[in-house]
Design a protein around this ligand. Structure first.
Ligand code: G3H
Ligand code: ZN
Length: 292
């Protein structure tokens, strides 16, 4: 890939291996439409960084596989940085198969709600299907809660990734990356999130697959950096982009009457670009694109 003008969609594993070797994390962003997508690609190009574009099952319900595929292939023609198209938190096997057929280069099978053996059984099936066509698979062990979920500290701990199960899970499933539950949550935090770093270190001892941190919004920068230094190779961020998108539009509409969506969406795009560039720098991913 070195020296090529255009860099196509690549499997996430290719990006994650480079990040692991070079002690940074690949930032992974949830997107929903053309505005998000252009903002992420523009920011990644400005930073010369690899990125992962993530579509959740909710986004697929909203936009549909064909439109997502079309947007990503347009980005692949335009972009000069390598990126992956990833299914985020895939729970329906049907969506995994459709992702494979619609140009995704990575899928997450989220079996975190299942019993351990069932999680292994279904994740192995997903790995088998995806690997046949060179697509990467991210698995999840433990449960990453919603920040809004009112759960006690002991319940939170019970849902965290058990390092004792990691080696068996990775070995039996063959996943390329593992999402870990170590104290982050999806959405906005009520207080400052406390990450269980000894647990992350124990997990790291058990496997060499790249580790993934979900719930990247609202985690202090120093905490993210420490997590990366302890083996996190992919940082998932969603809510921060949505806040920038909707917040910038609300503000603009409060300040002036605008009846043309283009200037409004342009404002949103600029706001999302800023957030994405910040996260790319935080991950240490700037200037890594052309070395991959
Ligand atoms: O899978 C997506 C991420 O974990 C997003 O989390 O919305 O809290 O940044 P976030
Ligand atoms: Zn997540």
């Amino acid at each position: 890939m070195k020296g090529e003008e255009n860099m196509p969609l690549v499997p996430a594993a290719c990006l994650l291996k480079h990040a692991q070797k070079n002690a940074y994390a690949v930032p992974a962003f949830n997107f929903h439409d053309l505005v998000d997508l252009q903002a992420i690609i523009t920011a990644a190009q400005a930073e010369a960084a690899p990125v992962i574009l993530m579509a959740s099952e909710g986004t697929i319900r909203f936009a549909g596989f064909s439109y997502i595929e079309g947007l990503a292939s347009a980005a692949a023609r335009e972009a000069k940085i390598p990126f992956a198209l990833h299914l985020d938190h895939g729970r329906e096997l049907d969506n995994i198969v459709k992702s494979v057929r619609h140009g995704f280069t990575s899928v997450m099978f989220d079996g975190s709600h299942l019993a351990f053996d069932e999680n292994i059984r279904l994740t192995s099936w997903v790995v088998d299907v995806a690997h046949r066509v060179g697509i990467s698979v991210e698995g999840e062990l433990g449960q990453i809660p919603g920040a809004e979920d009112d759960i006690s500290v002991s319940a939170k701990e019970a849902g965290m990734t058990d390092p004792g199960l990691v080696a068996e899970y990775v070995e039996k499933t063959g996943v390329d990356a593992l999402a870990v539950a170590i104290g982050t949550a999806h959405g906005l935090y009520k207080g400052e999130p406390k990450l269980d770093f000894p647990r992350l270190e124990a997990i790291r001892q058990m496997t060499s697959v790249p580790l993934v941190l979900h719930g990247g919004t609202g985690v202090p920068d120093a905490t993210v950096r420490q997590a990366i230094s302890l083996g996190i190779c992919k940082l998932n961020v969603g809510t921060d982009l949505r806040l920038a998108y909707t917040g910038s539009i609300s503000l603009a509409l409060r300040e002036q009457e605008i009846h043309d969506p283009r200037p409004l969406l342009g404002i949103a795009k600029e706001a999302v670009i800023e957030v994405v560039r910040d996260k790319i720098r935080l991950c240490g991913a700037s200037n890594k694109a052309h070395a991959i």
